[in-house]
Structure formats: C-alpha cells, structure tokens
Design a protein around this ligand. Structure first.
Ligand code: 5AD
Ligand code: SF4
Length: 454
C-alpha cells in the first residue's frame, strides 16, 4: 500500500472539528471518549455525523490482524476529493506496537500516540502543527488519568469506567502485555469520584473495565486493602447508580469475595464474561493460560451456586499452534458443559513479537475456518437456547436507545440481552418492568408491566 506525502493542511485548533474513531475492545471505546472530552475541553467541537473533520483520531486495536490492516485502509480513505487531508492521529494499540512502521507506511499520519500517553494528545497536535511528526509511545509512571479533564456523564444512561489496565499474564498469543503494559489499578478514591460524576450526569449503569478487571486492588477510604468485590460493594452504595457490570475477568482472579458478591449485591448484574480460550489442557498450557479446564469449570460451578441465573459469556480461539482435531473437540466439550449465554470466538491470529507466533504447528486457514464454523454453530445454538429460557420472565430493562419502529425502545436485560419494547411514555434512561415475550438469537421482545414502571 502506498500513500501520498501530506499536502500542507489547515491547522486544527480551537474552533476546529474532530472525530475519534475507536476500534476493538470496550477499553478503546472508553479511551476514545476520554480523548474526545479532552479535545472538547481544548476548544474543539465534535464533527457532525458524516461531516468532514479537521482532525481525525483513529483509536486502533492490535488484537487481531484485520484490525491493524483496517487502520491503513482507513488512513487512505481520509484523503479528500481535493487531495487534502485532515490532521491524522493514530492512537491505541496498533500505534503502540507499530509506531515507527506506521510513520513509514503512512506518511500522511501526523501524530502517533500510545494508549498510556494519550493525555498528551493536545501537545502532540501542537507539535504536528509546527511540522514535526509527533510520536509518543511512552508508558509514563504518572497516570494519564490525573491529566484528563473531569468526567461529566454523557447523553447515554450507561458508561464505561476503566479501573484497571494492562496485563501480567502473558498468554502466548496476546499483544496486550506489550501494548498496554503491566497491570495497574487506579486508586479507589479516583474511581468513586469518577463514578459519582457519571451518575450526576445521568448514568445509571457503569461497566468497570480492565484487561484483567478482577485483578483490581486498592485501599478503601479507611486504608483497608480491598479487591474488585470491595469496590463493587462501595459503588453499590451510590444512589442513582442502578447497575454495575465488569469485564474482562481472568479465571485465576475470580476470588471468593467476588463470587460471593454475585449472590449478595443486588446492583451487580447476573452476567460474567469469563474467557477460557480453549478446552484442552495441553493447549491451555501452550497458551500459558495458567488455569486448567477443571479449574475453569470449578469457578463456573461456584459462580452458579452463588447466583443460579447468571449468564456466562466467554472468548475462544480456534487453531492455536499445535491444536489437533481432538484438542478442538475438547473446546466443543467445554462449551457443552458450560452452556454459554453468549460468546466471542476467533481464529488464531499470529501476532509478531508474541511467543506463539514462532511456535511449531501453525494451523492451516482452511482448518481454522472449519473449526470456527463448528464452534460458532454450537455457540449460536446455546445463545438461542439461553434467550428462549428467559421468555416468560418478568424482569427490568434499562432503556438505552430507540428501535426502528415508532415508539419502540431497546433496553438491556440484567443478562445483557437486547430487548425491544414498545409503550407510550417511555424514554431512554428509564428502568422499566417488562415480561419477556419472544426470543431470537440476537434480540428479544417484551411487554411492559405498566403498573410497575419505576
Ligand atoms: N488471535 C486470536 N484471538 C486473540 N485474542 C487475543 N489475542 C488473539 C490472537 N492473537 C482474543 C482472545 C481474547 C480476546 C479479547 O481476543 O480470545 O480473550
Ligand atoms: Fe491477553 Fe491473556 Fe492478558 Fe487476556 S489475560 S489480556 S488474553 S495476555
């Protein structure tokens, strides 16, 4: 792929418009929102939907190959009809992993900034305006969070809140320990303050984020050591905050306290995203997952004992180097015994610099495609079955957006299902009592129990 060298472009700054485009995980969505807030605080305005922007931030994901390739095609597409381009900043994990490569492959990129340095974005843009190529891939010890503007909540009733970042697990296929750095937990007081600001701005559901969110630790206001369960219990005391979720967890960090919280904290939603990746102990060892099939299933059993209706979600990789047909069938077996409410599944993608990239036994694409198809057929069946099991239940929805039809709104059930409901007088942000009446694979229908509307 080739790119033209940049024509001199109008200088963005206060009064100019920007767009942040986030790819990949929920943490990138969170980071994208924080970058947008920072640019707004600096006098930029968000470009209207579909309109040209003076500054475009591509907030990238490096987990799988396609995501990185997409960045380059997106950069190409930013060229305007008259040959000019907006100021282009590449942020996120591709920036961290391939900073120099991006600058070489895409000369039209002005700023490259890693996920731990994006609080310096305004400064980097200023440097780009002076004609420098501004690259910042630092992982500074002082947290970016302190340097970002305070949060205010948005137009939506749900928000993400990053509580933990980075990963020390070093699964052999994964770039995260290299792009996001070591595990760090944000301080308790900062998190409570950020949650309060979100709730004051109208947020009713907060999803606590971390690559290993359940490895969060800190000290409460009395100086006592607490884990994620302690943080959840404290957040649950906040008036106006109705729902708490967290993602993504590692099986080894599912503490007794966190499992117990699922049975004891009403505001903690009955949903657990707990990736297992594969169902063969041999492959789990090669992945350096540091848990076994047995220990994973034991965690699931205990979580279900604490909260019988909990929805379990997971991540799977097919075609990890050395995966035999028998190993893959063991993955199907763990899916059958767990019974997932939903799941994400991926073909193994070779990530440069990770140990698995140079392992023997790389699996052919055709074999991976076949396995992915078989796994997804089973997971889809389970998702449909889970959704059908909720038909007839009375439950509460948090209404999040408008549906296609007049008066129709879409909300989330406690089990993170998208549920359609039509009734006069309902608004986004309402909690509504409903009875689930129908279930498809990806969404459900419900009728309001009007007399009980909260
Ligand atoms: N190839 C395929 N899938 C991957 N994931 C992480 N790295 C890779 C890779 N190299 C998946 C894992 C992880 C999810 C976020 O992405 O399943 O849990
Ligand atoms: Fe990647 Fe493994 Fe860490 Fe998850 S636990 S971020 S898969 S290294």
């Amino acid at each position: 792929m080739t790119f033209d060298s940049p024509a001199r472009k109008p200088v963005p700054g206060p009064g100019k418009t920007f767009r942040v485009k986030s790819f990949g995980c929920q943490m990138n969505v969170y980071d994208g929102e924080r970058m947008a807030e920072m640019l707004e605080a600096g006098g930029y305005a968000a470009a209207a939907e579909g309109a040209d922007a003076d500054l475009v931030v591509l907030n990238t994901c490096h987990i799988r190959e396609k995501a990185a390739e997409k960045v380059y095609s997106d950069i190409g597409r930013l060229k305007r009809e008259d040959g000019s381009r907006p100021t282009i900043a590449v942020a996120g994990c591709v920036a961290q992993a391939e900073g120099a490569e991006i600058a070489r492959r895409a000369p039209s990129v002005d700023v490259v900034v890693g996920p731990q340095a994006y609080h310096r974005l305004p400064d980097l843009i200023a440097r780009a305006q002076r004609g420098e190529k501004a690259i910042d891939l630092d992982m500074p010890l002082d947290s970016k969070f302190g340097a970002l503007p305070k949060r205010a909540g948005g137009q939506r009733p749900t928000a993400f809140l990053t509580v933990q970042e980075g990963c020390d697990k070093f699964c052999t296929y994964c770039v995260v320990p290299y792009t996001r750095g070591a595990e760090t937990s944000r301080p308790f007081a900062d998190l409570i303050a950020e949650a309060r600001a979100l709730v004051a701005g109208g947020v009713r559901e907060i999803t606590l984020l971390g690559q290993n969110v359940n490895a969060w630790d800190g000290e409460d206001e009395r100086g006592r050591a607490i884990g994620l369960d302690g943080l959840i219990r404290e957040l649950a005391k906040e008036d106006g905050l109705e729902r708490i979720r967290y993602t993504t967890s590692h099986p080894n960090d599912m503490t007794d306290g966190l499992i117990a919280a699922h049975g004891e904290v009403d505001k903690l939603m009955p949903f657990l995203h707990l990736p297992v990746q594969a169902g063969s102990d041999r492959i789990l060892a090669a992945m350096n997952r540091s848990h076994s099939v047995e220990s994973y299933l034991r965690v699931i059993e205990r979580v279900r004992a604490a909260r019988p209706d909990i929805a379990i979600s997971g991540d799977f990789i097919v075609g990890f180097p050395g995966e035999s047909e028998a190993d893959f069938e063991a993955t199907l077996a763990i899916v059958r015994s767990t019974q997932y409410a939903m799941a994400y599944s991926f073909k193994y993608s070779r990530r440069p610099g990770t140990p698995a990239a140079t392992m023997d036994g790389q699996v052919e694409e055709g074999v991976m495609n076949d396995r992915l198809q078989r796994l997804q057929a089973l997971l889809n069946e389970q998702q449909q079955a889970f959704n059908e099991r909720t038909v007839g239940r009375a439950t509460r929805l948090l209404l999040e957006r408008r549906g296609k039809h007049d008066g129709q709104l879409i909300g989330k059930s406690p089990w993170l299902q998208s549920v359609h409901v039509t009734a006069p007088g309902l608004a986004i942000g309402d909690m509504v009592e409903v009875r689930i009446t129908s279930a498809g694979p990806n969404s459900l229908g419900a009728e309001p129990l009007m007399e009980e509307v909260a």
